[in-house]
Design a protein around this ligand. Structure first.
Ligand SMILES: [Zn+2]
Ligand SMILES: [Zn+2]
Length: 311
């Protein structure tokens, strides 16, 4: 019996069909972002006008740090082992990855490795065949964590830094997302700016990063091209790549999941790939994995041949 089936049985036995803890957080943060931010703008317009540059910069930096730590750390490093990282890179992505409120690195990795292994089937946690809403966010409302075994992430169970982040995930996430923003806002402009930073750099940023990640599981299995594998639902979408630091090239990624690149062509927008490349030049990451060009060409040719035969 699979882990997903065991959880389903447990959930039925206990009468719990909804994970109120995760659902409450997802709905609560979205409501605060959608109502709290417009309210703040109306109520404290003068303060916002004086400090809009600060709010924009702080939101952007935190979006970049958190979403970038998910793509470079949680995804390409921990889930796919597409390169080896030095401890400062690991620590940075573990701390700011927590700020995305998408679970600890080992929890995220467990789900994501299941997604790749069983893509488009029942055991895929965010199976697109259950609908767009399910793949985007619905699966999280009924998600119950198995604690332990993480049996598809045994490598991470041995990693002291990853397990430290797992144990202290909530503390790290709350401090980086909801304690530091108002403190920095207060330092910059006083109590009203602190409230603005709490709402914009905190709540709005958390919701924005989450939905950018969720779009990979929904939009990138829904719209776009399939140049490397036309049998999988994953698609290449330059549009999603723009807001996800390059993760939108999802058809390539599902075909060659260990490659550190998602946007494999030099002109494709993939800042995560460029960051790994730069970190490699400075010796901060090593053993960067690339699929040989010939294999990529062969995959594209196979799709072309199938399409010709189908005509
Ligand atoms: Zn996928
Ligand atoms: Zn992946």
């Amino acid at each position: 019996m699979t882990d997903a089936e065991l959880l389903e049985i447990e959930a039925k036995k206990s009468g719990k069909r909804i994970n109120y803890y995760i659902s409450g957080f997802l709905v609560g943060t979205a409501v605060v972002a959608m109502i709290g931010v417009p309210w703040y703008l109306v109520a404290y317009w003068e303060d916002f006008k004086a400090h809009w540059g600060f709010h924009l910069l702080y939101f952007s930096i935190m979006f970049w740090f958190a979403a970038g730590s998910i793509t470079l750390g949680y995804h390409r490093l921990f889930s796919h082992l597409s390169f080896k990282a030095s401890w400062p890179v690991k620590l940075f992505t573990l701390i700011f990855g927590a700020a995305a409120f998408e679970g600890s690195a080992i929890e995220w990795t467990t789900d994501h490795r299941e997604h790749h292994k069983h893509v488009d089937h029942d055991e895929d946690p965010y199976n697109i065949n259950k609908g767009f809403f399910w793949a985007h966010i619905g699966w999280l409302f009924v998600k119950f964590r198995i604690d332990p075994p993480f049996d598809n992430a045994k490598d991470l169970l041995q990693d002291k830094m990853v397990m430290w982040q797992h144990r202290h995930f909530v503390t790290i996430a709350v401090i980086t997302s909801f304690v530091i923003p108002p403190l920095i806002g207060w330092w910059w402009g006083g109590p009203i700016t602190a409230l603005g930073a709490f709402l914009i750099g905190g709540f709005l940023r958390v919701v924005a990063v989450q939905h950018a990640t969720f779009a990979i599981n929904s939009l990138c299995h829904y719209i776009g091209d399939r140049p490397y594998d036309d049998k999988v639902s994953a698609r290449d979408s330059w549009f999603v790549a723009l807001v996800t630091f390059g993760e939108g090239y999802h058809n390539f990624h599902h075909t060659f999941q260990h490659d550190y690149r998602n946007g494999v062509k030099p002109w494709q927008f993939d800042p995560t790939k460029w960051t790994v490349w730069i970190l490699n030049k400075f010796g901060l990451v090593t053993d960067v994995r690339r699929v040989p060009d010939q294999k990529i060409k062969e995959a594209q040719e196979a799709v072309r041949q199938r399409q010709l035969a189908a005509k």
